[in-house]
Design a protein around this ligand. Structure first.
Ligand SMILES: Cc1cc2nc3c(=O)[nH]c(=O)nc-3n(C[C@H](O)[C@H](O)[C@H](O)COP(=O)(O)OP(=O)(O)OC[C@H]3O[C@@H](n4cnc5c(N)ncnc54)[C@H](O)[C@@H]3O)c2cc1C
Length: 459
């Protein structure tokens, strides 16, 4: 396993969230010497700290040690947009085509359960995560997007999913004033939070339940002998069980390499809006927003009223690279997206721009299970969704798998499922780049006549 070098000493620059979650954050020490544990968790993202927390919740006598290469929340968990929405993987119609209606409903119920469970954990434990309940609107900005979004609403209703409805253009613009809006699919039961704070609050809970967390401790060698042994630069952990909660970084680990690929995504945040700018948009219910592109933008207001936009494009770097956290082209596109969507904010200064790496399986659906059939070692990959709650619930499922607890959650189809293997290079690059080009081409075709209603935007 090639370690992640501690290149970025100053984590504040890694994302808007890590910048804001830095104040008062007490880093845990790096591992020194040998630690003997019952369970080793590798990865200090939300999936990892959640796995460790749920193991202690279920079996307080267990000795659980967690190794994080950098700091908790360093990966995608401290960088994404902080949405919680009852969505998972592919749009419902595509998921049904891939897995059938029954499994699509299973996945949907899992995502809904994840949203409710996250709210419960946050409220019960009074977690300081800037949690705010809201609706999630998937906005259509072109006639083709409008057609597809409407079909998704009808499809949801046919599946019996009723917490979804359609908002026409005029009432939508009364909620949020953008000339690009042609209507929106609305998901009720969503929320927004500060993903870095949320991940670190779950860390705080885990530590309070007795989990030993070691930061700045990249696993550089991992052996699955009679005793599982993870080597770090200045220490080692020996354990009977192991959870690999490293998501996109799982490419380091050969048995998981064919299950997923690391895709880079980017985000920007503006300076805080003035009250006048704020009022010019409406957006009083602070909905979580995305568009219905093949490569969607997701955007929101932060707690201090900045506009944060993420997504819009994705990059795969040949050789499964995981550290390309900057893209001038995508940062520029995201700034242009803000100007197009909210012309009254044209040219608003961007204060933060960052990237992260997320994990994509071949069918864009999560996969959890045992590594190579070894019931001592579990993994989670493919969490690509706008749903922080998924990583929290996935952690609980990994804990249940290690404790051999059969639950409704461990019976969901993407747990212990076989994944479509992704080939090694160079075929991997050819396939992924072809797929991304097709998605970009569809978006370009959709947007060839501009966004929104020409009559409204004065084309
Ligand atoms: C465009 C886009 C938008 C998204 N928006 C959202 C959103 O709004 N809400 C949401 O919840 N999710 C969102 N996601 C998904 C989200 O990014 C991830 O799925 C999720 O955060 C994964 O969490 P994790 O804990 O599994 O992985 P990570 O947070 O990536 O954690 C993995 C950890 O493992 C550590 N690690 C790696 N290698 C080693 C090693 N050798 N030794 C020790 N530690 C190691 C890393 O440093 C890292 O901290 C989005 C994804 C995309 C692509």
């Amino acid at each position: 396993m090639r370690p992640i070098a501690g290149i970025f000493a100053n984590y504040r620059t890694k994302s808007f969230w890590l910048d804001h979650a830095a104040t008062g954050y007490a880093e845990s020490p790096a591992l020194e010497g040998l630690v003997r544990a019952d369970v080793l968790v590798i990865g200090g993202g939300l999936t990892g700290v959640s796995t460790a927390y749920h193991l202690k919740l279920a079996e307080p006598s267990l000795r659980v040690a967690l190794l994080e290469a950098e700091v908790v929340g360093y990966g995608a968990s401290g960088r994404h947009a902080g949405f919680i929405a009852p969505v998972i993987g592919l749009p419902l119609s595509l998921m049904t085509a891939r897995f059938g209606a029954q499994r699509t409903l299973e996945a949907r119920r899992y995502a809904e359960h994840a949203c409710a469970y996250a709210a419960q954990v946050i409220q019960t434990n009074r977690l300081a995560s800037e949690y705010e309940a809201c609706d999630y609107l998937q906005v259509a900005a072109t006639p083709a997007q409008r057609r597809r979004a409407l079909q998704e609403v009808e499809f949801a209703h046919r599946l019996g999913i009723l917490a979804v409805d359609w908002i026409e253009a005029t009432p939508l613009r009364a909620l949020i004033d953008s000339p690009t809006y042609l209507g929106a699919k609305r998901e009720h039961g969503a929320a927004l939070l500060n993903p870095a704070r949320f991940t670190r609050e779950i860390k705080r809970l885990a530590v309070a339940h007795g989990v030993e967390i070691y930061e700045h401790s990249p696993v550089i060698q991992l052996d699955f002998g009679p005793v599982i042994r993870a080597q770090t630069p200045r220490g080692a952990v020996e354990a009977d069980y192991c959870a690999l909660a490293i998501n996109a970084y799982a490419v380091q680990f050969p048995p998981l390499r064919s299950k997923q690929c690391p895709l880079h995504f980017y985000a920007v945040a503006t300076e805080p809006l003035t009250p006048a700018q704020r009022n010019s948009l409406g957006w009083h219910d602070r909905q979580a927003l995305s568009d219905t592109r093949a490569l969607p933008h997701e955007y929101r207001l932060t707690a201090d009223d900045r506009i944060l936009v993420a997504g819009g494009d994705a990059r795969y770097i040949a050789g499964n690279q995981t550290g390309m956290y900057s893209s001038a082209r995508v940062f520029e596109d995201l700034a242009i997206f803000i100007d197009q969507t909210f012309p009254s904010l044209r040219g608003i200064p961007i204060t933060h721009q960052w990237g992260w790496v997320a994990s994509a399986t071949a069918d864009l659906t999560p996969a959890l299970g045992f590594v190579s059939g070894d019931r001592r070692v579990v993994y989670s990959v493919g969490n690509l969704e706008h749903n922080a709650a998924l990583s929290l619930l996935n952690g609980r499922v990994l804990s249940d798998l290690l404790l051999e607890r059969k639950t409704d959650l461990t019976d969901v189809f993407f747990v212990k499922r076989a994944t479509i293997p992704l080939p090694p290079e160079p075929a991997r690059s050819i396939i992924i780049h072809a797929a991304l080009s097709i998605l970009r081409a569809r978006d370009a075709l959709d947007e060839r006549r501009g966004l929104g209603d020409p009559a409204i935007r004065g084309a």
